[in-house]
Every structure is written in structure tokens, then in C-alpha cells.
Design a protein around this ligand. Structure first.
Ligand code: MRU
Length: 366
């Protein structure tokens, strides 16, 4: 996407093939700051500490981490140990394991002396495939917005949660791709941006992205979504996802489930933008089978921001020693999902539709 007139992605492979530059998302929206990652350990840290985040992006970044390992030491043992380390960096989004497995399969079939170049090229292919998938999600999601615009005057009012924008992917975003296309086509939009406590990815990242694109948006407290839906002020919800199961359960940022419940109660369509890299046919029951990342309670007891002097500071908002629990994701059961917007088109969130989607995608890959 474009920032200050420049095309930008959240990652930039160094031309020499010896490092990956990434936007440090902890610094946004106050500073656009790049970090150079030159070792697998640096990549592991950047994913764990959420310098980079968002399911598709952590998959692509992890692939580059494994490629950097192949430059340093391309043995079978190093390949397996580094892949295992990176896979553990964050447990919930399946894209991490998906990207590492795709790269491992290519590398295991090749001689160690060829692996450095092959791995760098394949990491690049994973990144480019993500861009193409998200652009296709945009094209398939656009008619949903156009249909609403055709039914009623005024802007189409879309609610989104967390950041499933270009910062969470290699480009376009998933949930935002239809919005960016609609905006470019001149369709009037109004996006409700959930702040997304506790890390505030909506307030700090989605609001920043939409502002860069000149796309009209309004930040709301996480708890405001249900109220706006009851008052008929939301036409459609579109969110991203971190893992979708074989039967269509959707795991996404904590709070997504509550939005889906409210949408169901209010008759508001609830769509999930899902690239195939986020579909995990190895699990069925999202609640029972998807590991939910538990993050530090400090993300709740403290909050960061810019003060009047322009300094970025962290302040404590809970009493000293308050115990805090911080599950980072939740599972929305398939029955609450109106449909999945994929790179192959709109798909129902049910077992038969997802099996047929996977079969179709496998045929297209051959
Ligand atoms: O903890 P995060 O910021 O990595 O969580 C991100 C989300 O939950 C996104 O909505 C999801 O990864 C989809 S990104 C296209």
C-alpha cells in the first residue's frame, strides 16, 4: 500500500539476501521505524515480541527466518531445529506452521549446498502468494459491499476488529482488501474500528492504515459494537482470522466472538476474510483443539501511548499487583459466520464447503 506517496509493505528483503527489514509495529502509530533482522534468533524474537504480527505476516517472516538459517548453516539438523524454534514463537495462527512446512518440504528435497538460494526464493514466493491471495479476497469481497450500496443511500458501514490490514499481511490485508478496492472504486464507506484491547491493534494500526489511505473511519471502544449494531449503524462485519477449522470455526483476536454474537442477534452479516494459508483441516472443533496464546498480564495492567511532550511512555492503569489474565484469541463457532471470503471466492463456513474448497485449491496448484 502507499504511505507518504511511497509503496510500502511491512517487510523488505535485503537485496543481498542476508537480512529482512521489517516495520516495527510496536512503534506505530507514533513512528514508522524499521528493524533489520539478520539471524533466525532475531526473527524469532521479532515474532514473539510482536514487532511483526498478524497471521499471514508472521508466516512470511518466519519463512525468511528459516532462509537466513540456510545461509548460516544449511544442514538437516539446523533446518529442523530452526523450524521447530520458529514454529513455537506464537502458537495460535496456523500460518506460521503452514509457511515453515511449505519451505521445509522444498528444502528437504534439495542438497544442503543449494538450500540458501532456494530458501530465499521460496520465502519470496510465499510472500508474493500472500499478496495475490489478499488481492483476490478483495475482488471476491467487493460485491458484498456493492450490494449494500445498491440497497441503501449513504456510506456502507463496516465494522472490523483488530488489525487484519496490510500490516498483518504482506500487502492489502485480508479484511481490509475489499475495503481498499471499494474505496479506490469510489464506493462511499465508513469503517468502525474496534480499539482491540489489550494491545490496541485497531487503535494503533488499523486506524493508522485507513488514515494513510484516506478511508473514512471512526475508532470505537470494543464494547460499543453491539450497541451500534442494535441501532442499525453497522451494515456488515468483516474480520480476519488466525485459524479456521475443517468445520468452519474461526479463531481470531480476542473479542471477535462477542462481535459475532451481537451481529447474529442483530441480523448483521458477519464475514471472515480467510486466505487458504489460514485453513487448518487437521482440526475440527476450534474450542477444544486450537491452542490459545496466553500473553503477559502486563498488556492489561499497563498501557502505552504518546504524552503531551511527544514521548512514547507506558503507564500503569491497575492497582499494584493486580492479577490479570490475558487470552489473546477466541473461537467463533461456524454457526455465527455468514461466510468466508477466500481467494477462491465466497465459501460457507461448513465442513462440506471447506473440503470442496481445499480440493479445488489443490487442483488449481497442480
Ligand atoms: O495478536 P495479533 O496482532 O497477531 O493478532 C492478529 C489478528 O488476530 C488478526 O485479526 C489475524 O491475524 C488476521 S490478520 C490478516
Amino acid at each position: 500500500m502507499i504511505v507518504g506517496g511511497e509503496p510500502m509493505r511491512p517487510l523488505r528483503p535485503a537485496a543481498e539476501g542476508d537480512a529482512l527489514w521489517v516495520i516495527d509495529q510496536r512503534a506505530l502509530p507514533h513512528r514508522l521505524q524499521w528493524q533489520r533482522l539478520a539471524t533466525p534468533a532475531a526473527v524469532d524474537r521479532a515474532i514473539r515480541e510482536m514487532w511483526v504480527r498478524g497471521a499471514p505476516l508472521i508466516g512470511a517472516v518466519a519463512a525468511y527466518g528459516l532462509a537466513l538459517q540456510m545461509r548460516l548453516e544449511p544442514s538437516d539438523a539446523a533446518l529442523e531445529a530452526t523450524a521447530a524454534m520458529l514454529r513455537r514463537a506464537r502458537p495460535t495462527a496456523v500460518n506460521l506452521a503452514w509457511a515453515l512446512d511449505r519451505l521445509r518440504a522444498r528444502l528437504q528435497a534439495s542438497r544442503p549446498s543449494h538450500r540458501a538460494a532456494l530458501a530465499w526464493a521460496e520465502a519470496g514466493a510465499i510472500a508474493e502468494d500472500d499478496v495475490a491471495a489478499n488481492a483476490a479476497i478483495g475482488r471476491h469481497g467487493l460485491p458484498l459491499l456493492q450490494a449494500i450500496a445498491a440497497r441503501r443511500p449513504g456510506p456502507v458501514r463496516v465494522l472490523t476488529h483488530c488489525n487484519a490490514g496490510w500490516l498483518a499481511t504482506v500487502d492489502w490485508g485480508t479484511a481490509t482488501a475489499p475495503l481498499y478496492l471499494a474505496h479506490a472504486a469510489g464506493l462511499p464507506l465508513q469503517v468502525w474500528v474496534d480499539e482491540t484491547r489489550p494491545r490496541n491493534q485497531g487503535a494503533s494500526l488499523t486506524a493508522w492504515e485507513l488514515a494513510q489511505a484516506g478511508l473514512p473511519h471512526t475508532l470505537i471502544a470494543d464494547n460499543a459494537g453491539g450497541h451500534l449494531m442494535q441501532r442499525g449503524q453497522v451494515d456488515l462485519v468483516i474480520v480476519g482470522c488466525d485459524r479456521v477449522t475443517a468445520r468452519g470455526d474461526v479463531c481470531n483476536k480476542i473479542g471477535t466472538y462477542l462481535k459475532a454474537l451481537a451481529a447474529h442477534d442483530c441480523g448483521v452479516p458477519f464475514y471472515v476474510a480467510m486466505p487458504l494459508s489460514t485453513l487448518d483441516l487437521g482440526v475440527r472443533d476450534g474450542l477444544a483443539e486450537i491452542p490459545i496464546e496466553e500473553r503477559s498480564g502486563r498488556e492489561l495492567t499497563h498501557v502505552g501511548g504518546r504524552n503531551a511532550q511527544g514521548e512514547v511512555v507506558e503507564v500503569q492503569i491497575a492497582p499494584d499487583g493486580t492479577p490479570a489474565a490475558n487470552p489473546a484469541f477466541d473461537v467463533t463457532p461456524a454457526r455465527l459466520v455468514s461466510g468466508l471470503i477466500t481467494e477462491h471466492g465466497l465459501v460457507a463456513a461448513d465442513e462440506a464447503s471447506l473440503a470442496s474448497l481445499a480440493a479445488r485449491a489443490a487442483r488449481a496448484d497442480r
